[in-house]
Write a protein of this length. Sequence first.
Length: 432
Amino acid sequence: MNLLSNVKVKLGALLTSFSKTLDYVDRTLSNHHLRVAIIADDIARAYGLSLQARRDTFIAAALHDIGVFSLTEKLQVAEYDFKNPFEHAEKGYWLMKDFAVLNNIAPIVRHHHIRWDDGRGRYSGSEEVHQGAHIIHLADRIEILLNKNNEVLRQKDPILRAIKSRSNTLFDPILIETFTDLSEKEYFWFDAAYEEIDELIFNREVLPEKELNIDELEEIARLFSHIIDFRSMFTAVHSAGVSAVACALSKLVGFSSLECRLMAIAGYLHDIGKLTVPTEILEKPARLEAEEMNLMKSHVYYSYRILDSVKGLETINMWASFHHERMDGKGYPFHFMGESLPIGSRIMAVADVLTAISEDRPYRKGMDEDTALFLIEDLGSKNALDREIIKIAKANFNYLNEVRHDVQNRAKEEYLNLKTGACLLDGCLQDV
């Protein structure tokens, strides 16, 4: 079977699934990004933006808070008024700007909290601000004010008053006029609170129909790995290392060049479910309590469900999401065992363990070769990891470690660039 013929992934479906994932960490924020995107598109359409500008605005809205890394920060930006909104917007820009598929979206994300300020908000320095950024700013604050648990039409007047009170300071007055006209139409409010949000999205023409080629899919997966890993300094380069080791190890096992690339993509995405785990747990330096460990264990379940929602990722999903299953059936969350585990999943499990124990963490140094090999051989003897794959990893340990080290050094440089570059602009010093 030609694997490539089965890997047909549409950019819109992938980004929509990822957008939902950004809000999983706190259920009170469920579908915040996509609700903002729906509201923004209604305003953009009424305002008269072109179809392409609407599409760019919709995708930017669906990803607008990707620079928010912790639950604490996520809850802060969910307040109508909050200090320094520009840092997370700048982080989002830095995450996206070098990825060709999304580089036209990055500036909109960067500016989505720019104040209108009597028209001065048309520009940020010498850079013209996309009108979509102002639309997202308005839509974001409307969504924050909306209480989805209360009857929606009764909320229209107080939300209108709150928004109009910031006319020409926070928001473009023309956009407020557009919103005021829209607010008279009941469908607008019903859409904003509608639970079946997928139905609303796919009935529009705003999702890109673009089918990703293998290069683009790998590029998007690498972007997602940054968002997964950069939330915590403890794991800032982990997925990059797992991706590289899994790709190299699969080649040694005998995978084709295409299968190796798919394995690299699976490595980038294997921990996507960790976006549902609060950073405060990921960074806890002490032993996790039982409830915290249960939350941590859930990450592979969510990895599976997130990737399962995207048609074309079936093989990648199996290889990525079963990396905590064991050969003896005592892994989690599905308790697959032996030959029922795809070989790609078994390779990923070895790659994940090998990377985790070999890489430096802020609270410990990576294990040396002898200690690392003893540990994975012990896991093989207990029938946790595939013994044959362990033999191959052991015979090529130095090569695999060099591959991991080189890739993680590059990922660390990207992480440091994000941390140091995200707040250098004067805009980061502004308040809402």
